[in-house]
Design a protein around this ligand. Structure first.
Ligand SMILES: NC(=O)C1=CN([C@@H]2O[C@H](COP(=O)(O)OP(=O)(O)OC[C@H]3O[C@@H](n4cnc5c(N)ncnc54)[C@H](OP(=O)(O)O)[C@@H]3O)[C@@H](O)[C@H]2O)C=CC1
Ligand SMILES: O=C(O)[C@@H]1CCC=N1
Length: 279
């Protein structure tokens, strides 16, 4: 199987590296293009054998599965560029939420999937959210999930829940890193503990908590209950958190969803513009 990547930015290069290091694919099975070619050259230097392509069309021509690792507003142009090189047997995988399957299916005469990765996939951890279009075969679904399983837990979801599940799986690492950073900064400020030491302890705490919730069979309620001894220290701090964080995650979800709806409109406008310029 030949795997293509259009876009070798943060997520494209993370996926390429994770697949190679996990031995999901050999470098010579991977075809990569990027607007700024230097990023592709850098990857080719790091992974000898990796196929550095100067054009997106070359990636589309040579690959069986093509990951589009570009930003939402860049899709219409790239799709217009590669569409005549995509045959029915090829699979195009978008990794971005505000480009809808139906928009890609309208434009492309090939199989379509949307896979939302997460920075956690760098550590062969976390989920990859899989959403399938109407044309994708069962064989391609299996092949794609087999590939993703090297670096993640592939989870099938409905397209209507893409945004909220991405909030949890893909934005979540940034949100929890932010919260942890606030925790550490306060620890340094209040007690004078060394930042590095506190950060290392906090990272291990987060990893362990994740394991309790995934492999340890505990719920978030169980974790709180087991840690908060009645009348103890944690219980008091939890009561304070309960009071002071009311509504913050509702606000967070409204914020991501408002931005998502804005992006959906902008993406549609870019597809409309490409269609007009083709006429
Ligand atoms: N970051 C994350 O944790 C996650 C990101 N995503 C999604 O992944 C997508 C990419 O994000 P990310 O990797 O962070 O963004 P980056 O900006 O880091 O990467 C985008 C890449 O696309 C390249 N590019 C732009 N236009 C073209 C073009 N016409 N042809 C070829 N290459 C092009 C850019 O090239 P150049 O070098 O010239 O800028 C850049 O390297 C986004 O839609 C995002 O929503 C999804 C899940 C998680
Ligand atoms: O911030 C973003 O737009 C992307 C979507 C999911 C994670 N990062």
């Amino acid at each position: 199987m030949k795997i293509g990547f259009i876009g070798a930015g943060s997520m494209g290069s993370l996926l390429i590296e994770a697949f190679i290091v996990a031995e999901a694919a050999e470098p010579n099975q991977i075809y990569v293009s990027n607007r700024t070619f230097a990023k592709v050259e850098k990857l080719a230097l790091k992974f000898p054998g990796l196929q550095a392509e100067e054009t997106n069309v070359a990636v589309a021509q040579h690959s069986d599965i093509i990951f589009l690792c570009i930003k939402p507003h860049e899709f219409a142009q790239v799709v217009a560029e590669i569409k005549s090189y995509l045959t029915k047997d090829k699979l195009v995988v978008s990794i971005t939420s505000p480009v809808l399957l139906r928009q890609l299916e309208q434009e492309l005469d090939c199989q379509i999937a949307k896979v939302i990765p997460s920075i956690t996939n760098k550590m062969w951890s976390g989920a990859t959210l899989c959403i399938y279009g109407k044309q994708i075969t069962k064989a391609h679904q299996t092949e794609l999930e087999k590939l993703l399983a090297y670096i993640s837990e592939p989870i099938r979801i409905e397209e209507s829940f893409t945004r909220i599940v991405s909030d949890i799986s893909s934005c979540g690492p940034a949100f929890f890193a932010f919260l942890l950073q606030q925790f550490i900064e306060a620890a340094v400020e209040e007690t004078g503990i060394a930042r590095d030491e506190a950060m290392m302890i906090a990272g291990n705490m987060l990893l362990g908590t994740g394991l309790l919730l995934t492999e340890g069979g505990m719920t978030t309620e169980d974790v709180q209950q087991r840690v908060a001894v009645p009348g103890g220290i944690t219980a008091q701090a939890l009561a304070m958190l309960q009071r002071d964080t009311v509504g913050i995650f509702n606000n967070l979800i409204r914020t991501t969803h408002n931005k998502y709806y804005e992006d959906l409109e902008k993406v549609q406008a870019t597809f409309n513009k490409e269609e007009v310029s083709e006429q």
